[in-house]
Design a protein around this ligand. Sequence first.
Ligand SMILES: Cc1ncc(COP(=O)(O)O)c(C=O)c1O
Length: 378
Amino acid sequence: MKRIPFNRISLAGREQEYMADAIRNGHISGDGKYTRRVEELLQIACDSPRVLLTGSCTHALEMCALLLDIVPGDEVLVPSFTFPTSAGAFVLRGAKPVFVDIRADTLNIDESLIEERITSRSRAIVVPHYAGVGSEMDAIIDIAQRHRLYVIEDNAQGIFARYRGRPLGSIGDFGAVSFHETKNFTCGEGGALVINRREFIDRAEVIREKGTDRNRFLRGEVDKYTWVDLGSSYVLSDLLAAFLLAQLEQREEIMGRRRSIWNRYFHELSGWSESVGVSLPCVPDHCEQSYHSFHSLMPSDVERESFIGDLNARGVQAQSHYEPLHLSKMGMSFGYRKGDLPVTESVSSRIVRLPFYSGLGEEEQSQVIENVMAAQLK
Ligand SMILES: Cc1ncc(COP(=O)(O)O)c(C=O)c1O
């Protein structure tokens, strides 16, 4: 029986051609022709005045922390059920992460719990859209406006998804996107900062270019470039932008393939899930998802371990997901303890993700589905 990996990169077709073209053109550092084309494509898709390609989603989040002048003692509200750098990018500037529990249905930040965690030191809310399903942005933006907080959408997984018709990443002050190998569209390692407020554009360009005004120099606005602000090396190589453009140009087809795999898993596993007390993903009607991944919640942690172990023995590489940040070594150093965020703790001990990638063929899908229904839960 063929082993089915959890993830496998899928090529869209023109990656090598575009990369060879970038090499022939002699421009392989950042901000070349391919960077411009990808940024323009994303600006239209995200309905944003400016998108900057970065080395990763983490870099885009770090840029947000710099743009917001986060200083030691500031507080940033963020779920604990997320990737470490959703919090870590702000902790790097001295912020304290204030962890908020998640909703049991979408696994996104529980908007009803945000307000009680706000203090005079709160500066921003970081909002990941788990599996590319939108968080409750209307309520979150309302809270942020009333308390004068910034909103950063951690849209690592949700490019091209929508919330009430609006592109994810375009609703908060900033959006951060990932093009890591595990994402729907990739260039290996890469990301983007979506800037939704024009007043941040100039400074973001400086921060991304090592604290220099090199972008103004390249546009002929100054005759030499110098060190003007804080910053770091957050630019993506044009070689990687060339790879990424090839992927993004095929977005309709790639999204279509992912949609059909997701729908097939959902429909063919729904009878099984009900009969064994497993829940499948929840996608509210007002959210158009990105079809990033497919997860289910087992009745208990013991059943999750047995299920993953048995599926792996059957050649289907299923995986758990985020470990709660508040119970990590770093999280606990901020004083968090077991029991602080009950939904997060329960979900992270019961979640299972199935193999899911654009190139997952129909036979492999059948193999996953058959083995899921046959795997031991106890
Ligand atoms: C929610 C979230 N934020 C941030 C990241 C980090 O992305 P990157 O590897 O592009 O820095 C990830 C990666 O999986 C993620 O899932």
